[in-house]
Design a protein around this ligand. Structure first.
Ligand SMILES: Nc1ncnc2c1ncn2[C@@H]1O[C@H](COP(=O)(O)OP(=O)(O)O)[C@@H](O)[C@H]1O
Ligand code: SF4
Ligand SMILES: [Mg+2]
Length: 324
């Protein structure tokens, strides 16, 4: 399989407080993150709240600039710290976002048809073609065309998220970037929306980056998984390998408290965060960022940053204990 997207060495810090004396407070939100997405696959990005998932999504879309990082998208390479407005247009043509909160992501003053066609006509797609796409993709997400005239306030959360997915699909992107797309939905609706993502991928062969704090959801959805911890990818492999044979102590911690999903209709989400708080990203722990929480830490772990090491043909782990 070819890589439709390759991300190399993304770093992003945010200045949160300037100090007259001493070092400024800088959040290291994304630190040397690399991963790739294969054509037609679902890549899950998982990690607890505050670990940098949404920042990665915003960096990919070019809505914020990284301090450094190279992205290869559909065969073309971009130096992301120096993107131009033409590059942003390329990203938006290739990637479309589905956000967490369908209550705020649709324009309440526009009906469903207008919500879907707005971005299309702004991109110079003729009105007729835009309306035709709105019908086609609304149908693809399982909604009848009678919904085209309805306004968001008359739709349920699940229906709004379907419209948001139809809007993203209507741009006919190569990649859908879904940032916690079911977290704001009722439990009963979550499984339906997840199944919708699975169907779309089969129907359109679209590649998906699926971001969630919930490993059970990511496991169910993904071919490959990247596990983020405090801004770093600490493990990357196939979903099967991550869940059957996790190597990094943090991945094991995540898995130990995650109920499994079995079958397509039975979703039981892990409504919990890992037990111990994420340390501050302002002055992250030295060496391995996970070391204060790690039951296997040694002196070396607080001093040396572990390298990303291949422990199998398709399995990378960032831990001193693994692969050496
Ligand atoms: N614009 C910003 N200014 C300052 N800090 C930010 C900004 N955006 C994100 N952060 C910080 O970066 C870290 C990662 O945030 P985020 O990417 O939203 O995490 P996640 O999506 O995994 O919950 C957090 O510590 C967050 O507070
Ligand atoms: S490098 Fe050390 S502290 Fe970090 S996960 Fe591995 S054993 Fe634990
Ligand atoms: Mg987020």
């Amino acid at each position: 399989m070819s890589h439709i997207l390759e991300v190399s060495d993304f770093c992003k810090s945010f200045l949160v407080k300037k100090r007259l004396l001493g070092e400024n407070d800088v959040v290291s939100a994304v630190n040397h993150v690399s991963f790739h997405l294969e054509e037609g696959e679902v890549l899950g990005i998982v990690g607890e709240s505050g670990c940098g998932k949404s920042t990665v999504a915003r960096l990919l879309l070019g809505s914020i600039r990284p301090d450094q990082g190279v992205m290869r998208l559909c065969g073309k390479e971009y130096d992301m710290a120096r993107v131009k407005s033409q590059d942003l247009a390329d990203f938006r043509r290739a990637m479309q976002m589905v956000f967490q909160n369908p209550y705020s992501s649709l324009n309440p003053k526009m009906n469903v048809l207008q919500n879907i066609t707005f971005g299309l006509t702004a991109n110079h797609i003729p009105k007729e073609e835009a309306s035709e796409r709105a019908r086609r993709y609304l149908d693809a997400v399982g909604m009848q065309s009678s919904y085209l005239n309805k306004f968001p306030n008359s739709l349920s959360g699940g229906q709004r998220q379907r419209v948001a997915v139809a809007r993203a699909l209507a741009m006919e992107p190569r990649i859908i970037l879904a940032d916690e797309p079911v977290s704001a939905l009722d439990k009963s609706v979550q499984a339906q929306v997840l199944n919708l993502f699975q169907d779309l991928r089969e129907q359109f062969g679209i590649s998906v980056i699926f971001i969630s704090h919930d490993l059970s959801v990511v496991e169910y959805m993904s071919d490959h998984i990247a596990v983020l911890y405090l801004g770093e990818v600490i493990e990357y492999s196939t979903a099967e390998e991550i869940c059957q044979s996790p190597q990094h102590p943090y991945t094991r911690e995540l898995l130990s408290s995650v109920p499994q999903i079995s079958g397509s209709a039975h979703l039981r989400t892990a409504e919990r965060e890992p037990p111990i708080e994420l340390p501050s990203p302002i002055r992250p722990p030295s060496g391995c960022r996970y070391h204060p929480r790690c039951p296997y830490r040694t002196e070396r772990c607080a001093q040396e940053v572990p390298p990303s090491t291949a422990v199998g043909p398709d399995h990378i782990v960032k831990c001193h204990l693994c692969g050496n």
